[in-house]
Design a protein around this ligand. Structure first.
Ligand SMILES: [Zn+2]
Length: 254
């Protein structure tokens, strides 16, 4: 599919997307699929600043940083379409889900160190195994299972939260996820048709942008729930009147 000369050589990744390769630059295989990760990085930086400046627990800083690593890994993958870079996209996806599992389930976990130790080892073993073997369907199934582990607890947080603005964050989370998945599927299933159009809507790039917002809404919602558990009187406030983040008021003694 390479139109202009390709700096990275032939495609070695197991997956390819509907965007034509090397159209705008010989250094970037899929231009729109690469630059569409920039919003995710900006949103993760905003989340990180909010979490550090208000002294949220470290887990949230790590979560925002892992979102950043994921977006950078995704940029590398789409820019090169090489197998090694595909791992730098996919392995952080799994690490991030493990982190979500920790944040969602650890408040009710009695043995403090077993869960992080187990999840850390799981993440490390996964990275090694994934670097040695090429999973295509297996990777997707495994990832969906991790997502499904998170879903019931996320739902529990949603139904127990009484704050309308926090509930709205959770709704935006679901909305961006559904819309993003729809674009992802369109890009996969109707590529033949789309390629004949005068204009390619770049479904996979739209998925990236929507997932950047999706992660931001998820993280912000979880920060709200955690602050509530800790008694930090969280409120959702809006930067410039529309961009939501969580403001907390820690008691003087903490
Ligand atoms: Zn992608």
């Amino acid at each position: 599919m390479a139109d202009t000369s390709s700096f990275w050589g032939p495609v070695t990744s197991t997956t390819e997307w509907c965007e034509k390769n090397y159209v705008y630059s010989s250094y970037i295989a899929e231009f729109f699929n690469t630059i569409s990760n920039v919003p995710s990085i900006i949103l993760a930086v905003i989340g990180l600043i909010s979490s550090l400046s208000q002294r949220f627990e470290k887990r949230f800083s790590i979560l925002h940083i892992s979102n950043m690593i994921l977006a950078i890994g995704s940029m590398l993958f789409h820019a090169t379409l090489q197998n090694v870079q595909q791992q730098s996209d996919e392995t952080p996806m799994v690490w991030e889900m493990l982190l979500y599992i920790y944040i969602l389930y650890s408040p009710d976990w009695h043995y403090r160190s077993t869960m992080p130790t187990f999840l850390f080892l799981y993440g490390a073993v996964f990275a090694i195994v994934h670097s040695q073997f090429r999973f295509v369907t297996g990777f997707k199934v495994h990832y969906v299972i991790l997502c499904l582990i998170c879903t019931p607890r996320m739902y529990k947080y949603y139904i127990y939260s009484e704050d309308a603005a926090a509930k709205r964050l959770a709704k935006f989370y679901v909305g961006t996820l559904l819309l993003g998945s729809m674009w992802w599927l369109c890009d996969r299933l109707f590529c033949k048709e789309i390629s004949r159009w005068y204009f390619n809507p770049q479904g996979h790039a739209l998925w990236h942008v929507l997932m950047g917002f999706n992660s931001y809404f998820a993280n912000t919602f979880l920060m709200f729930c955690r602050a509530q558990q800790r008694g930090w009187a969280p409120r959702v406030v809006y930067l410039l009147g529309f961009f939501p983040y969580v403001k907390i008021q820690k008691p003087k003694t903490q």
